[in-house]
Design a protein around this ligand. Structure first.
Ligand code: SF4
Ligand code: SF4
Length: 400
């Protein structure tokens, strides 16, 4: 699933997003325990998404539930992903093992929602194991737009059927996750309205060129060529005007998702391979799921061996130099933990502007249109100078 790159999996408390700058780590070889893990329990998928090539490849699923016993127990979040994780009949056992091993971790399962009945039934078993488990359901547009993103007719109807089943059974912890691609850049507000009407939280992330996880090799597959600024502006302002701190955090994430899409550079030193890692279905541990270096293999090695290996040290060093500026849930969580006050200051300032109908997102670098109208209106673009996002001046090219 694409949505493990989405804050729908929950922020712990975003990059250049608060005005701070990540400090390079002193030693690449050694690192403390990571906090966040994305685990592809399967490399198989029943969807054919435009922004992902997993479905074009066949790979063996070497991971078994008992391999979860090798995870670092300090993890604060575990995202069970795929492919489509519900294709695995032993998904509840994965949850069981992860729950036992990582007592403090919030477990989130990502799904494309195709197998509505099976997902709803399996979730009943999973909730018995861990009542706090979260389910992130991908929804990338309304009706035929979602179907086009997924590459299959009927995908949207499956998601709606799944939501009906889950909500009808009182399943809590369900939320929506939207990945913005070339196909659905105009769907932000429509999906947000659907989420609101169902009382569900929504996370929005830009399609990234995920070589490691999604097997993308060529180009920035599916990433919109134009950032939908007005839609983001409206949504960010709306979320900031709420009195729900979680919505404020989502507003911050969305504002910086827009910046990523608009190619407004941000200066980050990535902590992939330190604060987070990606575990592939064949057991390979990568520093990240986007373009991460190999650190080891959890099917063949114990955790300490992987985490303290020379390969892990090289992967950390490469991440520090990467400059990819990925705006995904892992990098954002990591940044939030270190810059909570910057985020709080951003929220305070932008919330005030939102209530005054003065919030503006920056124009992409080449855009020179003007705008003096409110964020709530479908307004023309505003000048970058009107922006108050406390994000550092452009320093690097986010080349994803
Ligand atoms: S993005 Fe998710 S649902 Fe779509 S093909 Fe990739 S793994 Fe499957
Ligand atoms: S910035 Fe580089 S190392 Fe960090 S998540 Fe993105 S591709 Fe991975």
């Amino acid at each position: 699933m694409a949505d493990q790159y989405n804050l729908v999996s929950e922020p712990a408390a975003g990059p250049s997003a608060g005005g701070g700058r990540w400090a390079p780590a002193r030693s690449a070889r050694r690192a403390g325990p990571p906090r966040d893990a994305v685990i592809a329990v399967t490399g198989h998928c029943n969807a054919h998404c435009v922004m992902c090539d997993i479905w074009k490849h066949r790979q063996a699923d070497e991971l078994r539930p008992e391999h979860m016993r090798r995870l670092p127990p300090e993890l604060a979040s575990v995202n069970l992903s795929g492919g489509e994780p519900f294709l695995r009949g032993d998904l509840p056992q994965f949850v069981q093992e992860a729950r036992s091993r990582c007592a403090r971790a919030v477990i989130t399962i990502s799904t494309n929602g195709y197998l509505s009945q099976r997902i709803a039934d399996t979730m009943e078993r999973i909730v018995d194991i861990d009542p706090g488990v979260r389910l992130a359901v991908s929804l990338d547009g309304l009706g035929s737009v979602h179907d086009r993103v997924r590459g299959d007719g009927g995908a949207f109807d499956s998601v709606i059927r799944l939501l009906d089943l889950l909500q009808g059974r009182g399943c809590r912890g369900v939320r929506l996750s939207m990945t913005l691609s070339q196909v659905n850049a105009d769907q932000v507000l429509g999906v947000a309205e659907l989420a609101r009407s169902r009382g569900l939280e929504l996370g929005i992330v830009a399609a990234h060129r995920c070589r490691t996880h999604m097997r993308l090799e060529n180009g920035v597959a599916g990433q919109p060529t134009e950032a939908p600024r007005r839609s983001f502006q409206t949504l960010v302002a709306r979320w900031l005007r709420s009195w729900n701190p979680r919505q404020w955090l989502r507003a911050h994430f969305a504002a910086n998702t827009y910046r990523y899409l608009a190619r407004i550079p941000q200066a980050l030193v990535c902590r992939a391979g330190r604060d987070f890692f990606f575990l592939q279905a064949d057991g390979t541990v990568y520093a990240c799921g986007v373009n991460g270096r190999v650190m080891g293999n959890l099917v063949e090695q114990e955790w300490e061996e992987v985490w303290n290996s020379p390969a892990a040290g090289s992967a950390r060093s490469a991440a520090e130099r990467c400059g990819g500026n990925c705006w995904i849930v892992c990098t954002v969580r990591s940044w939030y933990r270190r810059h909570a006050w910057s985020v709080a200051a951003w929220v305070a300032g932008q919330k005030l502007l939102s209530h005054l109908r003065l919030l503006r997102l920056p124009a992409p670098p080449a855009e020179e249109a003007d705008d003096t109208r409110s964020a709530g209106a479908e307004a023309p673009a505003s000048p970058a100078s009107a922006v108050n996002l406390p994000i550092e001046a452009p320093r690097a090219d986010p080349s994803h």
